[in-house]
Design a protein around this ligand. Structure first.
Ligand code: NDP
Ligand code: BG6
Length: 517
């Protein structure tokens, strides 16, 4: 039952949450849970982590004795910390009054302990504080989960502080690490070694929040539980696959971070490659995390590293629109003058295995484009010897089937098919078999990706987290092109804020006979 007395009907993955609680290490009758947000004063903590924890609490998905601890350098009292969190919470649900009551109860479980990320004493003080609260719950055992929501320069120090001074002796200690996981293969390996010095691989949860999105979780269901898709899922029927990420806003204040990474590291190497791996992998032996991750690594290792000639880089420039000047990337005060960092990138990738040989996978990501959307587009081949070829004129591409998996916004899955226009005579048009989540499931607000992922950490389910060898394989695909473009100081093609991006992306697609969807 939920803390507010309502019953929870939420089922997740293979585990009913109540069942999950009964697992060996999650016997919440005898065990408390402490969630520590390291970097609690930061943007991600306020924007995503506290709201997700609150939503889980509200849905009755956190164990009865849970507490939240904030840790950061900023000085705050518990009361100030609670005020800060309160300012970041919204009531997703319609029952507003119940939500307000739940907020008050939730905030009472939040505590703050200030400290330095590289200071043993600060972590010992945090440990002491946690011990006091945990003992107050009356439960003899405690599980502890740390979310490192801090810049990468303090990752290892903080992981060390958490592991060496705050590990629980009576349950599990798990540490969630946020991207960026390094800047290339070498720095990622160094980060891996740094974490491994303090933590076992099974304790590390590398988060890629795209894996927590509803339609990405659904990818395996769509593929492996429907007879109609899996037989078509190969070079025999698929002409190309596009994975597209587009945002209609710029770096806006995050330029300092972004400029050190660029869009290829920020979005393509992780979010889009993870989607590609799930899309293209072979059927796993089971839904077990290791079986799924084994297949993802296999497919990544079949890919050849991206080539510079198969890459288009862009950067947005300012544009006057409707009497307003939309700022260019270089107008962002946090961006160094003359920066060549790409805010847009498109690349063609190939998987050298029997299933996908020769099929272009086109990945595209950009900031400050004309629209906000993320989707997978699967373009199928022409119907051989089609009886209706003449009905579509010379541009046969218009008549090929296309499957679109819209990750966001307005989650949907639709298949473009050719259909007879009703009436006398024979006229064909292309229309959609359309599954709109909003209509089909009355799902106006799906759980945020962070809710799903945090719950998975509580349940010890690693299906949606990145294993070290997956990360290595993903970096191996991009490190050469990143190094080459940076050492040659490749100038990104400028595109106006709010446009469709650089024209070069169309030439790249055309090189492989593809038209962007
Ligand atoms: P912030 O820049 O807001 O930093 C988080 C906290 O870390 C700050 O509140 C600050 O706390 C402390 N901090 C900031 N700079 C430094 C520094 N140079 N040295 C030591 N401590 C510092 O980061 P975000 O919250 O935006 O992101 C946290 C992590 O999550 C990062 O790794 C980021 O890349 C990743 N991420 C963020 C996303 C976002 O949307 N924000 C999206 C995806 C990933 P204090 O001064 O109180 O110690
Ligand atoms: C983050 C990137 O990982 O994902 C950001 O660092 C990007 O640059 C964000 O804006 C997009 O996430 P979402 O869930 O809003 O699509």
């Amino acid at each position: 039952p939920a803390q507010d007395g309502t019953a929870s009907a939420y089922t997740y993955g293979n585990l009913d949450v109540e069942q999950a609680y009964d697992l060996e290490h999650n016997d919440w009758n005898t065990t408390s849970l402490s969630v520590v947000v390291v970097g609690a004063s930061g943007d991600l903590a306020k924007k995503k982590i506290f709201p997700a924890l609150f939503a889980l609490y509200y849905e009755g998905l956190l164990p009865p004795d849970f507490s939240i601890f904030g840790f950061a350098r900023s000085k705050m009292t518990d009361a100030e910390f609670r005020d800060m969190i309160a300012g970041s919470l919204t009531c997703r649900v319609s029952a507003k009054d119940k939500c307000i009551e739940a907020t008050e109860k939730f905030l009472k479980r939040c505590f703050y302990s200030p400290g330095q990320y590289d200071d043993a004493k600060s972590f010992s003080e945090l440990n002491q504080r946690m011990g006091e609260v945990e003992r107050g719950s009356g439960k003899p055992r405690s599980n502890r989960m740390f979310f490192l929501s801090i810049p990468p320069n303090v990752f290892i120090a903080a992981a060390g502080g958490a592991a060496d001074y705050c590990s629980t002796k009576t349950g599990w200690t798990r540490v969630i690490v946020e991207k960026p996981f390094g800047r290339d293969s070498a720095s990622s390996a160094a980060l891996g070694r740094g974490l491994a010095a303090h933590l076992k691989e099974e304790q590390i949860y590398r988060i890629d929040h795209y894996l927590g999105k509803e339609l990405i979780e659904n990818l395996t269901v769509l593929r492996f539980s429907n007879l109609v898709f899996e037989p078509l899922w190969s070079r025999q029927y698929i002409r190309n696959v596009q994975v597209i990420f587009s945002e209609n806003f710029g770096t806006e204040g995050r330029g300092g971070y972004f400029d050190q990474y660029g869009i290829m590291r920020d979005v393509i190497q992780n979010h889009l490659v993870q989607i590609l791996a799930l899309f293209a992998m072979e059927q796993p032996v089971s839904l077990n995390a290791e079986d799924i991750r084994n297949e993802k690594v296999k497919v990544l290792r079949c890919m050849r590293p991206v080539k510079l000639e198969d890459t288009v880089l862009g950067q947005y420039r300012s544009r006057v629109h409707g009497g307003r000047t939309l700022p260019g990337y270089l107008d962002d005060k946090t961006v160094p003058e003359g920066s060549l960092t790409p805010t847009f990138a498109a690349c063609a990738m190939f998987i050298n295995n029997a299933r996908w040989d020769g099929v272009p996978f086109l990945l595209k990501a950009g900031k400050a484009l004309h629209t906000r959307r993320a989707e997978i587009r699967v373009q199928f081949r022409h119907v051989p010897g089609s009886l209706y070829k003449h009905k579509f004129g010379p541009d046969l591409d218009n008549s090929t089937n296309e499957l679109v998996i819209r990750i966001q916004p307005k989650e949907s899955i639709y298949l473009k098919i050719n259909n007879k226009v009703p009436g006398l005579g024979l006229r064909l048009d292309t229309t959609k078999l359309d599954l709109q989540y909003g209509n089909a499931y009355n799902a106006k607000e799906l759980p945020d990706a962070y809710e799903r992922l945090l719950l998975d950490v509580v349940n010890g389910d690693k299906r949606l987290f990145i294993r070290n060898d997956e990360l290595e394989a993903a970096w191996d695909l991009f490190t050469p092109v990143l190094h080459e473009s940076e050492s040659r100081r490749v100038t990104p093609e400028l595109y106006p804020y709010g446009s469709r991006g650089p024209v070069g992306a169309h030439y790249l697609a055309a090189k492989y006979g593809v038209r962007w969807g």
